[in-house]
Design a protein around this ligand. Sequence first.
Ligand code: NAP
Length: 241
Amino acid sequence: MHEAKHFLFGKTAIVTGAGRGIGRAIARRFAVHGANVIITSRTADQLDETKRLIERGGGGGRVFAQTADVSNAGDVEKLIEDSHAIFERVDVLVNNAGVAPLAMIEEMEPEMFDHILSTNVRTVYLCTRAVWPIMREQGGGAIVNIASLAAFDPFPGFTAYGAAKAFVVAYTKSLAREGQPFGIRVHGVAPGAVETGMLRGAFPTFPSEKALDADDIAAMVEAVLSPAYRHSTGQTVPVMK
Ligand code: NAP
């Protein structure tokens, strides 16, 4: 019997923050389904490891790894230009890169505040803006923004992080309106606690049985990109255990 190709087969997807954690899981999942993946983060050896895992996992798509600080406009422009030159289209952008240092308000130095906003908010704006004309000209695309349950119910110590992720939720909604005339869908995924270095950095004693796996988030990202969601845009889906 003829088996239909997966909807991600042959698509080109950019995943930011793919050197480890959730971004790595998303990139691996895309690749297994035959997508071409562009992976980026600041740490070259972590990206190399993601690339190696993808190549070992099969799927048949190509993988292109480029280091970039996605809070830097020049790095983002170069990343998108180089990716477009190689693959000639960008079907999917996953804005996943983020940081979540925990700091009560009196310990929150201005530099840390700026870093949290820059990494969780500015990155999403810069990457979206860079892929937008490509998606518009090719007749559509999909953007998935990784928010957090902290956008709705933040812990103490997450003033800046929770508010930054609430920005991502509102931005997802607003951007979706702008994308509708061009066939560009925008989705949000808001994870609860996920077993990654980020979780352990903020909450070393969080019970592991209550934490999601990074691939649980990758599965939800795949779900919102699926044809079942083709008439849905602007919503942020919570993922919790
Ligand atoms: P992680 O393990 O710390 O991974 C974060 C990734 O983002 C790394 O590859 C990191 O690489 C990259 N990154 C950070 N700043 C960057 C920058 N300026 N430019 C490029 N890449 C950058 O974190 P995670 O747990 O996988 O989190 C991924 C996303 O999920 C984040 O947006 C986070 O807020 C969200 N989230 C996580 C949890 C959780 O419990 N883990 C819960 C809710 C939401 P480099 O440092 O090498 O650049």
